[in-house]
Write a protein that binds this ligand. Structure first.
Ligand code: FMN
Ligand code: 7N5
Length: 388
């Protein structure tokens, strides 16, 4: 049975007829504005901010706005199917939750709330290595939901193996290895806060939970929390790796592996040569290289370079159903959604995340139909027109 996400709109009509309006706005821009009012400035700017002048955050949106969809008429798109398969996982819609760290600074339930909302809707959550709840706690919260794990590749083989084994034992199937944050970028908002929000969020779980990591410390996190957090940052960022070293991860992870943060077609080819199963075209939501190419502008060249040898995923700037359609038309199999559901989390924990995801899925389904398409396979470069 194809999922009929568009029926969400009918639910809203019915609510309206009984005089009830939704608890949260359906407008992503308004949701971000009210999150800004709700959240403390430190956590808000940690989420919303970008590297340097913010040029890449803006470029990501500009690249979407520059491309327009050309709708087709009388194609009988009354029934749609937005399902797809990515890295061996069957998805009801081409959407996953991007890995987002330290979610407890946004809402006390953090990753647990997000995992529950994602599982309710059948959307895989990619759990960040920088999670403020442990791998095992989040796995339990996700029930029978699909689980993917994101790796910040530690500068210690023992810790790497320990973290990967824990994730596999907890039922995580696919691995996403983030390449673009081997050190944190120049982020003025966070520097102005001395990274306090991040330190607060990371201190709640990670330094305390991994046995191999604990063994690497001179004093336990309970004795010296600040040193443990500092050690975490040094160990989980701090060192660039090589393409050849990806073989080590392959040895220690039995499921599919994707690399995240690829923006150049030659790097995409290297990922294929290194035996990766997927690539996430991403500039980390504009948080790493100020002035970087917009991720959407990098997507077509990469999709062309790798063909169907690996699954191409995309993130950075997706806000609406139309954005998902544009990314798929340019060669992505699915997209990762970042900040919008974090603002949902700020508004109402699990309920807020669910609200954002349901809205996006309904918008995608309706917009696909209204553009005259019945499935994702109908989309391609012909779907879009580029404005200069
Ligand atoms: C607050 C925040 C924390 C993030 N933490 C991680 C992380 O722990 N690991 C990771 O690979 N990417 C992380 N990212 C990047 C996202 O996975 C994703 O690439 C980005 O948010 C996509 O851009 P968008 O927010 O514009 O949709 C983070 C992004 C934000 C906004
Ligand atoms: C070590 C970095 C963790 C979070 C992250 O990826 C981000 O803030 O963008």
């Amino acid at each position: 049975m194809p999922a009929q996400f568009g029926s969400y709109q009918s639910e809203i009509y019915l609510q309206g007829m009984s005089g009830v309006v939704p608890a949260f706005t359906n407008d992503p821009t308004a949701l971000e504005s009210s999150a800004r009012e709700l959240m403390e400035p430190g956590p808000y700017w940690y989420v919303a901010g970008g590297a340097g002048s913010g040029a890449t955050v803006r470029a990501n949106r500009e690249a979407f706005d520059r491309r327009r969809i050309v709708p087709r008429m009388l194609t009988d798109a009354t029934e749609r199917d937005v399902s797809t398969t990515v890295l061996g996982t069957e998805l009801a819609a081409p959407v996953l939750l991007a890995p987002i760290g330290v979610q407890s600074i946004v809402h006390p339930d953090g990753e647990l709330a997000t995992a529950r909302a994602a599982a309710e809707l059948g959307i895989p959550m990619i759990l960040s290595t920088a999670s403020s709840h442990t791998i095992e706690e989040v796995a339990e919260a996700s029930g029978d939901g699909e689980r993917w794990y994101q790796l910040y590749w530690p500068n210690s083989d023992d810790v790497t193996v320990s973290v990967l084994e824990r994730a596999e034992r907890a039922g995580y199937t696919a691995l996403v290895v983030t390449l673009d944050t081997w050190t944190l970028a120049w982020r003025p908002h966070d520097l102005d806060q001395s990274y306090l929000p991040f330190i607060r969020g990371i201190g709640t779980a990670i330094p305390f939970s991994d046995p191999a990591f604990r063994a690497s410390l001179e004093r336990t996190p309970e004795e010296d929390r600040n040193s443990a957090v500092l050690r975490w940052v040094q160990m989980f960022t701090g060192v660039d790796k090589s393409w050849e070293r990806l073989a080590f991860l392959r040895e220690h992870w039995s499921g599919p592996i994707a690399v995240k943060g690829v923006l150049h077609p030659d790097d995409a080819r290297r990922a294929v040569d290194a035996g990766m199963d997927g690539i996430v075209v991403s500039n980390h939501g504009g948080r790493q290289v100020d002035g970087s190419v917009a991720a959407l502008d990098a997507l077509p060249g990469i999709a062309e370079a790798v063909g169907d040898r690996v699954d191409v995923l995309f993130d950075s700037g997706v806000r609406t159903g139309a954005d998902v359609i544009k990314a798929i038309a340019l060669g992505a199999k699915a997209v990762l959604l970042g900040r919008p559901w974090v603002y949902g989390l700020a508004h109402g924990g699990q309920e807020g995340v669910r609200h954002v995801l349901r809205g996006l899925l309904a918008d995608l389904d309706l917009t696909l139909g209204l553009t005259g398409n019945r499935s994702l396979a109908d989309l391609g470069r012909h779907t879009l027109m580029e404005n200069s």
